[in-house]
Design a protein around this ligand. Structure first.
Ligand code: PCA
Length: 215
């Protein structure tokens, strides 16, 4: 039976007029491929509200897998995140002008949660498809890490059958016309997310693949 994959992207933030995560997940909404069925939703780049919107969407859609996606301007690869930490420390305000500094996401929650998606297999499959990818060991301390932590907390406390995680993606070329920063085209990013979703659904036990970092 085909697995249902929920993909989410964020609205633009930090002065950008677009968010590649939203553009890419929109391309995959309703797409059926290699035994998976994808639906996509927009999440506000807002502390707290992002988690409550995601939770409602999960309850409505009842997916097997949740992959949240966000922009990581300056990165050159698709980067599945390994770990979400219990910390809000915003360098810029979110889209509702909230800027928490040094606050826990959940005072009673653990320091961190690991993704329960096969991050190294996702990376390996992307690379095999010619799409730049690497494991990331930090999702930052802004709304992406916040949503990722909220997702994993929900999985651990209320939905242990669910698999979920987060992927950061680079800027689109249109966003770097006046910046010195790497970018990837929308088709490449979208294809990478599809490959990552299929790798997650195939549910292969995580392989011993070299993918750590020295710093
Ligand atoms: N990236 C931000 C939040 C929304 C997004 O797309 C982040 O990395 O936290």
């Amino acid at each position: 039976m085909s697995k249902k994959v929920l993909l989410t992207g964020f609205d633009p933030f930090g002065g950008e007029s677009m968010n590649p995560s939203l553009e890419a997940v929109k391309q995959l909404n309703g797409r059926i491929a290699e035994g998976i069925f994808m639906v996509s939703y927009e999440i506000p780049t807002v502390f707290h509200e992002s988690i409550s919107v995601l939770t409602k969407v999960i309850q409505k859609e009842e997916p097997d897998i949740v992959i949240c996606v966000g922009q990581a301007g300056g990165r050159a690869q698709l980067t599945p995140e390994l770990v979400a930490i219990n910390l809000n420390d915003a360098r810029i305000p979110d889209n509702q002008n909230q800027q928490p500094v040094d606050e826990p996401i959940d005072v009673n929650g653990p320091a961190a949660y690991f993704s329960n998606l096969p991050v190294k297999s996702m990376v390996q499959e992307c690379i095999a498809a010619g799409i730049p990818a690497a494991v990331s060991h930090s999702a930052g301390t802004f709304v992406c890490n916040h949503l990722f932590y909220g997702l994993m907390h929900y999985i651990h406390t209320e939905a242990s059958h669910l698999r979920g995680g987060f992927i950061h993606i680079p800027y689109l070329p249109q966003q770097v016309l006046h910046k010195t920063a790497p970018s990837l085209g929308l088709d490449t990013i979208t294809q990478g997310l599809l490959v990552a979703a299929v790798a997650s659904a195939n549910d292969t036990p995580e392989r011993k693949i070299i993918g750590g970092s020295l710093h």
